[in-house]
Ligand binder design. Structure first.
Ligand code: ADE
Length: 215
C-alpha cells in the first residue's frame, strides 16, 4: 500500500475533464463573459474551457495555499490579485481541484471585493466532497476518498517535493538511482517516468538535499 494515495493524471484525462466541464456549463444555460483561472492549477483547465466555449476574456488570480508534498503550510491568501473591474460581467472561476475549498473561497471573496462582477460561479475538474468546505457550481468528478491528483503540468515539481519527503522521513541522503525510484514507487504508487525522475533528482542534488551516486 502506498503511503500517500496518489493518482497519476494523463494529458488525455485533463482534456476529457475540461471538455466535460465546459459541456456542464453550456448545458446549464449560463454563459460566462469572462473566466478567471486560479493560478497555478487552474491555468490549463481554464484555457481549455475557454477554447471549448469560445471565451476570449481569460484572467487569473494567484492564491497561495499548498506547500510542499501535498501539505498545507500557509493560510490561503491572494498573492497576485485581479487588477481590473469586471462590473456587469458574469465570471466563472476555474481551478483544477476543490480540496479544502480554501483557494476557491479566497479567490471568490477577492473577486467580489476587487472586481465587483455581476455574478460569480465556480468550476473544477475534481471536487473532494469529503473535505471541501464548499461545493463548486460545476464539477466533473466528485471524489469521496482523498487522493493527491498528480496533474501532468507539475510532474517535476510534485516529484521533487515527494522525493524531498522521502529524504526527510528516512533521514537518508545518499541513494542509488534504482533504489530511489523503487522507494518512490512504493511510497506513492505511481511511475512518473525516467526523464521526470532525473529532472527532480538533479534539482535536489543541486540544492544539496540528496546525492545519487549513479545518476
Ligand atoms: N491541490 C490541492 N489539493 C490537491 C489534491 N488533492 N491533488 C492535487 N492537487 C491539489
Amino acid at each position: 500500500m502506498p503511503k500517500v494515495r496518489t493518482k497519476l493524471v494523463t494529458w488525455e484525462e485533463v482534456h476529457d475533464w475540461a471538455f466535460r466541464l465546459a459541456r456542464l456549463i453550456e448545458d446549464s444555460g449560463w454563459r460566462p463573459d469572462a473566466v478567471v483561472a486560479v493560478a497555478r492549477g487552474g491555468y490549463v483547465p481554464a484555457r481549455l474551457v475557454c477554447d471549448v466555449l469560445d471565451i476570449h476574456d481569460l484572467l487569473s488570480v494567484q492564491v497561495l495555499h499548498w506547500g510542499r508534498a501535498a501539505e498545507i503550510t500557509a493560510k490561503a491568501h491572494v498573492k497576485y490579485p485581479v487588477p481590473v473591474k469586471l462590473e456587469g460581467k458574469k465570471v466563472l472561476i476555474i481551478d483544477d481541484i476543490c480540496d479544502t475549498g480554501d483557494s476557491l473561497i479566497v479567490a471568490r471573496k477577492h473577486l467580489e471585493e476587487a472586481a465587483a462582477p455581476a455574478e460569480i460561479r465556480t468550476g473544477v475538474m475534481q471536487w473532494i466532497s469529503s473535505v471541501a468546505k464548499i461545493k463548486p457550481d460545476y464539477y466533473v468528478e466528485e471524489v469521496k476518498d482523498w487522493v493527491w491528483y498528480q496533474y501532468p503540468w507539475c510532474r517535476v515539481e510534485d516529484t521533487t517535493n515527494f522525493l524531498e519527503k522521502i529524504v526527510a522521513e528516512t533521514g537518508r541522503h545518499e541513494w542509488r538511482f534504482d533504489e530511489l525510484v523503487e522507494t518512490f514507487k512504493e511510497w506513492y504508487g505511481i511511475d512518473v517516468g525516467e526523464r521526470v525522475f532525473r529532472a527532480a533528482i538533479e534539482k535536489l542534488a543541486a540544492r544539496g538535499v540528496l546525492k545519487v551516486g549513479d545518476l
